[in-house]
Design a protein around this ligand. Structure first.
Ligand code: KIV
Length: 284
């Protein structure tokens, strides 16, 4: 089986099969995600928060994104890999966006890029898609603009902003985006947008009506305690297990229970005798 493509993702929508997307940032998270048969892996700039420990995605650079994307692309075989374009690396002008998307695909090895923005970003999406690079759009709460939103807030609750989000969704589809992430929208607005589009919508904190869902690896596994979004469901508490395991390791080293002889390699007994008898001068 080859990799999922934008065509196979579209087919999922056409067949009414919910689309699953998960973030991953390194070899381990990517291999585990693929082992769970998740068809799309997003190398998201959320790595700024869950890997780098920043308070937002703003500090993440293109070189860092390419570094992580290239690892995830190299170790996976079936997932469609989508590489996020980080803050201010595509919104200054279309040529900048083209250069950024090119690097992400060529050096990051991804099958598609994701960028934030709706109607205003449509001409840029059109240029990138025309150049042969599939684009996933991202509207609603776009985290790179968190400062202008004044926090991680639900979008599209009023008529004006709801209408603008519908316009945004139609504009990115018309520009050639193969899918669109809807972040932090009321469930009904997601239903309306999804019904108007022929491309898949992938929700996060956007209710039950999207064609698919995306979540952050560290959130669903209980690996990130700084901030637990309301829309996250924790499927495991791996962080607690890790702390338990590491505490046991520390205790066993301190109690001289680890390592045991089973964890080491023995030397030839004659050689040991010889070395013990040695006066420190090397002999033949
Ligand atoms: O960067 C990211 O992980 C994202 C998802 C949360 C959609 O953009």
């Amino acid at each position: 089986m080859g990799r999922n493509s934008i065509r196979s993702i579209q087919k999922l929508k056409d067949d009414g099969i919910p689309i699953v997307m998960m973030t991953a940032y390194d070899a381990t998270s990517a291999r585990l995600t693929e082992a769970a048969h998740i068809p799309i892996i997003l190398v998201g700039d959320t790595l700024g928060m869950v890997v780098q420990g920043h308070a937002s995605t703003i500090p993440v650079t293109l070189d860092q994104m390419i570094y992580h994307a290239s690892i995830v692309s190299r170790v996976t075989h079936t997932a469609l890999i989508v590489g996020d374009l980080p803050f201010m690396t595509y919104s200054i002008h279309a040529e900048q966006a083209m250069a950024t998307a090119t690097r992400m695909m060529q050096e990051g090895g991804v099958g598609a890029v994701k960028l934030e923005g709706g109607e205003a970003m449509a001409p840029t999406i059109r240029r990138i898609v025309a150049a042969g690079i599939p684009v996933m759009a991202h509207i609603g709460l776009t985290p790179q603009s968190v400062a202008t939103f004044g926090g991680f807030r639900m979008q599209g609750k009023e008529e004006h902003s709801a209408r603008q989000l519908i316009t945004d969704a139609l504009a990115v589809q018309d520009a050639g985006a193969f899918a669109v992430v809807l972040e932090l929208l009321p469930s009904e607005l997601t239903r309306i947008i999804t019904s108007k589009l022929h491309i898949p919508t992938i929700g996060i904190g956007a209710g039950v009506h999207a064609d698919g869902q995306v979540q952050v690896f560290h959130d669903v596994l209980g690996l990130f305690e700084e901030f637990i979004p309301k829309h996250t469901k924790r499927y495991a508490q791996i962080g607690n297990l890790i702390v338990q395991a590491l505490s046991q390791y520390g205790a066993e080293v301190r109690d001289r229970q680890f390592p045991t002889d089973l964890h080491g390699v023995n030397m030839n007994a004659d050689l040991v005798e010889k070395l013990l008898a040695d006066d420190g001068n090397e002999t033949d």
